[in-house]
Design a protein around this ligand. Sequence first.
Ligand SMILES: Cc1ncc(COP(=O)(O)O)c(C=O)c1O
Length: 309
Amino acid sequence: MSFKPTKNIWFNGELVPWEDAKVHVLSYALHYGSAVFEGIRAYKTQDGTKIFRLKEHTKRLLNSAKIYRMKVPFNLEEIMNACKLTVTSNDLNNGAYIRPIVFRGYGDLGLHASLDEEVETVIAAWEWGTYLGSEALNDGVDVCISSWSKIAPNTIPVMAKASGNYLSGTLVAFEAKENGYDEGICLDSNGMVSEGAGENVFLVKDDIIYTPPLSSSILDGITRDSVIKIADSLGYSVFEKEIPREQLYLADELFFTGTAAEITPIKSVDRLVIANGTKGPVTDQIQKVFFGLFDGTVSDEWGWLDSVE
Ligand SMILES: Cc1ncc(COP(=O)(O)O)c(C=O)c1O
C-alpha cells in the first residue's frame, strides 16, 4: 500500500496537520505491539461519500481494545463522527481508506505499567485503490498455503484486530510475494484452512458456499459477514465449517473477502488451477451485489452505508 498524504489526521480529539501527527520512539505500542486498529472503506456514491459498515468496524475496534484492557477515552459515536470528519476535512470525495488506531503511548515501558494509563486514539484517511492489484477483482489472484501457521487460539486472541497479530500476517504475505504468489493462506494450529494474511476465505462447491468458522483462528471479518448476508439474500446456503487444505484445490470457486481486498477471486492455490481459473458465477453474483451498493444498482436494504455529512 502506498499512500498520498492528506491534509490532516485526527489525533486524540483534534485534527492536526499530517506531518505533525507523531509519537515518541519510546511509545509502549512500538515496543510491545499494543495497538488495535481498523481498516474501513468509504465509497463515492450517487448520494455522496458513504462509509461501509462504520458502526460494526467501530464496535470491533472498541472490542479489540477491551480484550487488551485499553481504556479508550472516546465512545462509539465520537469515534464514528471522527472517522467521518477525517474523510470530509481531507476532501476525500472519491472514496477513502480510513485507519483508526488505538494504542498505548509514551509513559512507562514496564510491561505492567501501562494498564491504567490512558491510550492514544488516532484516525487517518487517504485515497486507496485495489489492494491485490487493479486486475485482481476480475481476473483473480494466485495464492499459496503458507509455511507459517496461524497463531493458535490460546496464544494471541485473533478476534482482536491487534497490530501484533500482523507479525504473523507479514511473514505470510512476504513469503508469498518472494515465491511469486499474490497472497498466502494460513492453516490453523489443527492444520485446517484459516485465512489469508489480511483476508477471509470462501469456497464454493456445487452451489453451496463454505467459509472457515471463528474457531479456525480467523478475524471475524465484516466483509465476511456482509458476504454471508448477501449470499443468503441470493438464495445460497452458507456453511461455516472447517475446511481441509485439499478441499481448496477441488473447489468450483474460491474468493477472498476483506475491507482492503473487497471480494477478490482466487484463481490458483499452490499452482493448482481452481476450476477453469477464471472468476466463477457465484463470486460474480456476490461481487455485483457488493459493488452495486456503491454504484447505486443495489439498494442498501441492510443499512450498511453511513453518509459522511
Ligand atoms: C487477518 C485478517 N483477516 C480478515 C480480514 C477481513 O476483515 P474485514 O472484512 O473486516 O476487513 C482482515 C482485514 O482486516 C484481516 O486483516
